[in-house]
Design a protein around this ligand. Structure first.
Ligand code: C5P
Length: 260
């Protein structure tokens, strides 16, 4: 049971490979073997190393989350999402602020491709608001309303377009769950910091356990592991916190079943 829980916990941990080179990315993949469910490739690593690295990591049997946050006219985003699906990534991101038509076209194009070619479709994940944006930043870009309201509206829009989940801050998870009740709609939460680590440029951070309690399905962690002098131990500590949550959750589910 404990071993299963650890595998379940690892599946929830996404390591953000915000790194400049293939060599460093492969080093971290090796270093965190068995502790991480997916590796997130964002704009830095993708710009440096391109789709070859994505294909190579997929070919090693690892799950890749391609976080290029597509945001363009519908035709361009649909084309980009199709190419990402061909790479074999398990998840990819599209900005919800790109609007309804853009998200719908991407969903249709990816499903048409995967149905036609017998591929497993990647999960299409909407980016709501970047967790680095505070209230003042939102005002400067003319976004009125609280982050919770904006995020819940964008999440609902993404769901209605057929998207599979959203990236959001942990604090927004309860508002999203209240608005989109389908449990298959996944919540991916960055801005995770173990209790004693630096917030860096993130404005809305939480600990791993807190994020899960607020409703996160997956946790994205970058610098707390990448900048640690002992990355494997840092990943182990985060995993232990996730596993402790899964244990408690399982205990509660079991006692509910037994009518306790
Ligand atoms: O280093 P850190 O743990 O802060 O990394 C967070 C990761 O999550 C980065 O790769 C960043 O691009 C991503 N992210 C985020 N906020 C969002 C969406 C993605 O921080 N709303």
């Amino acid at each position: 049971m404990i071993l299963d829980n650890r595998a379940d916990a690892a599946a929830r941990l996404i390591l953000a490979l915000d790194l400049p080179t293939r060599a460093r990315a492969l080093e971290f993949i090796h270093e965190t073997e068995g502790l991480v469910g997916s590796y997130k490739i964002g704009s830095q690593l993708f710009t440096a190393e391109g789709p070859t690295l994505v294909r190579d990591i997929v070919a090693r049997g690892q799950s890749v989350f391609l976080d290029l946050k597509f945001h363009d006219i519908p035709n361009t985003v649909a084309g980009a999402a199709v190419e990402a699906a061909r790479l074999g990534v398990r998840m990819l991101t599209i900005h919800a602020l790109g609007g309804e038509t853009m998200m719908r076209r991407a969903v249709e194009a990816v499903h048409d491709l995967c149905d036609g070619e017998g591929l497993t479709p990647p999960r299409l994940i909407a980016v709501t608001l970047l967790t680095s944006l505070g209230r003042e930043d939102l005002k400067k870009i003319h976004l009125s309303g609280t982050p919770e309201e904006i995020v819940a509206d964008l999440a609902e829009l993404a769901y209605s377009c057929g998207m599979d989940g959203v990236v959001a801050s942990a604090h927004e998870c309860p508002a999203i769950r209240a608005r989109v009740t389908d449990p298959r709609f996944v919540l991916i939460v960055p801005g995770i910091r173990p209790a004693d680590s630096s917030p860096h440029d993130q404005q809305r951070i939480v600990t791993p356990g807190h994020a899960l309690r607020l409703g996160a399905d997956y946790l994205v962690v970058g610098r707390p592991i990448l900048e640690s002098p002992t990355p494997r131990q840092a990943a182990e500590r985060i995993l232990a916190e996730i596993a402790a949550y899964c244990d408690r959750h399982l205990d509660t589910a079991e006692s509910d079943l037994q009518g306790n």
